[in-house]
Design a protein around this ligand. Structure first.
Ligand code: KDG
Ligand code: MG
Length: 402
């Protein structure tokens, strides 16, 4: 038996903020887990440091499921992004350790490969339609088989999903950036650029779009119907997810596939969406939905209903979360697609990660465990930098879903 000897929580900002848990066993084996919750990082760091680490010391590192149950049921207070991200970090680090002890990459422990590689989508965006079209071409030339397209709505500043520099980063330093939102302008404009992408580049690649919770159910139904000719792989988060029944209305009006789940944290949060077949892709992630153990459970439930996976993978999920996602994606039968955004060079220097991209597919490599190392000395040179995600306001000044 290999006991957990210590566990450390690192908070650092190599290009952006990441919270990373490292668990070390008495035999000196280390495992890493991502604990980053964008804009609320320190809440998870405290949950881990103050409430979870003391429970880990002396536990058998091999008992992954038992530790998951102990942390989940043992807290009494359940679910929610902070709790589930903290449990996810522990779970992911223990899978990393189990792989290293076994001398096997984690995907082998999960049942082995179901596929040759993990299909990813890249993020094309533009401040207008011509620049979006150029960006789509860039991804196509780089070998991507699937591309998400987002363009700034004319006359409405701060549209979701438009990259300003080389790396997409919506979180701003100091107080949240307040961004205007005009639903009607979006509904008029977004279908035109999705059509323009298809007219220019045809249909031999997957096209995706993220609505980012901005529409009401009936607006989303109208949007889905309007863009049917673009044959989207999915429209993501068409409406806020709290009222899960509202997806039935969208479904009744359009065949555009629906992807939901990046803000959800447990199997109970997606249970109704899945069992009622209200969505086509479940976007819960390793880091925000309880780790590899719990995400596997969600994916298995989804498989029973013909729903495929499409895990969240923006740059606020660290390379540890990306590696864990790719191991799981390789091993589950109902994999659909994996979101992928390149991290900044500083991030990749701190997290040395074996995941590679070739021909539009990710592979985790065959190093034992997750195949990611964390350089805490280098990380210490990038102190935590408090940032907030933006807040959206309608043109009348009232708060809208960002
Ligand atoms: O932190 C929030 C981002 O991860 C989110 O806005 C990104 O919607 C997103 C996506 O689909 O990547
Ligand atoms: Mg999204």
């Amino acid at each position: 038996m290999s006991r957990i000897e210590h566990a450390e929580v690192f908070v650092a900002s190599p290009a952006r903020n990441f919270v990373t848990l490292r668990i070390t066993t008495a035999d000196g084996v280390t495992g890493h887990g991502d604990a980053t919750l964008n804009g609320r990082e320190l809440a998870v760091a405290s949950y881990l440091r103050d409430h979870v680490v003391p429970l880990l010391i002396g536990r058998d590192a091999a008992r992954i499921e038992d530790t998951w149950q102990y942390l989940y049921r043992g807290a009494y207070w359940r679910r929610g992004p902070v709790t589930m991200t903290a449990i996810a970090a522990v779970d992911t680090a223990l899978w990393d350790i189990k792989g290293k002890v076994a001398g096997l990459p984690v995907y082998q422990l999960l049942g082995g490969r179901c596929r040759d590689g993990v299909l990813v989508y890249g993020h094309a965006s533009g401040s207008d339609v011509p620049s979006l079209l150029d960006d789509v071409a860039r991804f196509r030339e780089a070998g991507y088989r699937a591309v998400r397209a987002q363009a700034a709505v004319p006359g409405v500043g701060g549209t979701y999903g438009v990259r300003k520099g080389a790396i997409y980063e919506p979180a701003a330093a100091s107080l949240p950036d307040e961004q205007p939102w005009d639903t009607e302008a979006y509904l008029r404009f977004a279908p035109t650029y999705l059509r323009a992408v298809r007219e220019r580049y045809g249909f031999d690649f997957h096209l995706l779009h993220d609505v980012h919770h901005r529409l009401t159910p009936v607006e989303a139904a109208r949007f889905g119907k309007t863009v049917e000719e673009a044959q989207l792989f999915w429209m993501e988060d068409p409406t806020p997810v709290e009222n899960q029944e509202s997806f039935r209305l969208i479904r009744q009006h359009t065949t555009t596939p629906i992807a939901v789940g990046e803000v959800l944290n447990s199997i109970w949060d997606v249970h109704h969406l899945i069992t009622e077949q209200l969505i086509d892709y479940v976007r819960t992630s390793v880091v925000h939905a309880g780790g590899i153990t719990h995400l596997r459970r969600i994916f298995d439930l989804a498989a029973l209903y013909g729903i495929r996976t499409g895990s969240h993978g923006a740059t606020d999920l660290s390379p540890v979360a990306l590696a864990a996602a790719v191991h799981l994606d390789l091993a589950v039968p109902n994999f659909g697609i994996q979101e992928y955004m390149e991290h900044a060079p500083e991030t990749m220097e701190v997290f040395r990660c074996g995941v590679t991209l070739a021909d539009g597919l990710l592979n985790p490599g065959d190093a034992p465990g997750l195949g990611v190392d964390y350089d805490e000395k280098l990380a210490a040179r990038f102190p935590y930098n408090p940032r907030y995600l933006p807040v959206a306001r309608r043109l009348d000044g009232s708060v809208h879903d960002w």
